[in-house]
Design a protein around this ligand. Structure first.
Ligand code: PLP
Length: 390
């Protein structure tokens, strides 16, 4: 029962179903989890060492609500070199407690009550709730897939109204592995310019790309820098999920409001975590290449294994680290399949229905665990699905 002291605005928000699986998983030691988007790798040693040193150097105090100036400078260099975007470290970069917070603060900083934000469907579920909390209205546009997931441009265009403030683009995308090619980005850019719409470009999976695909940020296209907020994070690229360091790169007026909201909610991001993030950007990048190489290997094993199971079809994700197979032909809802797989196979997956209407009929599996565990997971899923079908 909900307490009378609890806000109905908050109690009406439900957690994604994997957070609710605790009942089914409690006390079980035999489980294989393919549910969470969290790298199994340790944070590379030089990053950990930099943070330890930071403690002794006195990085234990409040910092600017924009984040530490060293880290902002390093992000600006990275932006220029890799993303082909110029950003003034003093006025256009704000560091937040994780990409998640950067997303939320950006919505808080930009949305008027009732303004619409176009979000992909299927999507990372967090956008939806953060938009609502900021007073906006999430409006889904379609990502669909035959050979690979693509953005349905007619759906995007068809949902634009006078109230549309922003389009959220997530490439490489969670949960589909969708990657927007340059032509798609150019069409979205033209649409945004024509209708005076802001873009939030969530690029937290920018390094997780396969088959030689290169990351292109919509902010690097002509006339787009001034209407784009790039969201990025150290969580996925450097296996730093628990450190909680992310950032927004935004036009100066928007960045000032994001920093203001940072001040009123978090004061500033953690100083020690930012020392680690600085070492991540300034240090050797071969650790990232090694991790991505391993994700690529896991992707092959997982997609092939899932595709060989009768009743499951799985597109090859071009980026991120999730497979998002279609399980609709099994005749159960996504969340029923997720529950069934936990109970009968001891494998935890996430329900596609958490990711929007178009996610129904799918489950999400993260290839963030070692190959031998993925193989064991597939064997178990295969066995359990056979029982379901016969
Ligand atoms: N954006 C997307 C698409 C994500 O999948 C995630 C995490 O799963 C984030 C942003 C935020 O990550 P973090 O808050 O750990 O930086």
């Amino acid at each position: 029962m909900v307490s009378k002291y609890v806000s109905s605005k908050i109690s009406s928000i439900t957690l994604p179903s994997f957070s609710r699986l605790s009942e089914l998983t409690r006390g079980r030691t035999d489980l294989i989890s393919l549910a969470t988007g969290e790298p199994n790798f340790d944070t590379p040693e030089h990053i950990r060492e930099a943070a330890k040193k930071g403690l002794d150097q006195g990085y234990t105090k409040y910092e600017s609500s924009y984040g530490s100036s060293d880290l902002r400078k390093a992000i600006a260099s990275k932006m220029k070199l890799e993303v082909k975007v110029d950003a003034d470290p003093e006025r256009e970069i704000v560091i937040a407690n994780g990409g998640n917070m950067a997303v939320y603060l950006t919505f808080l900083a930009t949305l008027e009550q009732g303004e619409e934000v176009l979000i992909p469907d299927p999507t990372w579920p967090i956008y939806h709730t953060c938009i609502k909390l900021a007073g906006g209205v999430p409006v889904p546009y379609t990502l669909s897939g035959k050979e690979k997931f693509i953005l349905d441009f007619d759906s995007l265009k068809g949902h634009i109204t006078k109230r549309t403030k922003m389009i959220v683009l997530n490439s490489p995308g969670n949960p589909t592995g969708f990657v927007a090619d340059t032509k798609t980005l150019e069409s979205i850019a033209a649409l945004a310019i024509e209708n005076d719409i802001l873009i939030m470009s969530d690029e937290v999976y920018e390094k997780m790309l396969y088959d030689g695909i290169k990351h292109v940020s919509i902010a690097s296209l002509p006339e787009m820098r001034e209407r784009t907020v790039i969201i990025n994070s150290f969580s996925k690229t450097y296996a730093m999920t628990g450190w909680r360091v992310g950032y927004a790169v935004a036009p100066p007026e928007i960045a000032a409001e994001i920093a203001k909201m940072n001040f009123y909610t978090n004061a500033c991001p953690g100083a020690i975590a930012q020392r680690g993030a600085l070492a991540a950007l300034e240090g050797p990048q071969d650790c990232v290449r090694e991790m991505v190489k391993e994700y690529a290997r896991r992707r092959e094993v997982l997609v092939k294994g899932l595709s060989e199971i009768e009743g499951i079809s799985c597109l090859k994700p071009e980026g991120a680290f999730y497979a998002f197979p279609n399980v609709a032909s099994l005749g159960k809802s996504s969340s029923e399949i997720v529950e069934y797989l936990v109970t009968k196979a001891g494998v935890i997956t996430a329900s596609g229905s958490d990711c929007g209407k178009n996610g129904e009929g799918h489950i999400r599996l993260a290839y963030t665990i070692p190959v031998n565990k993925i193989e064991e997971g597939i064997r178990r899923i295969d066995k359990a699905i056979k029982l379901l079908r016969y």
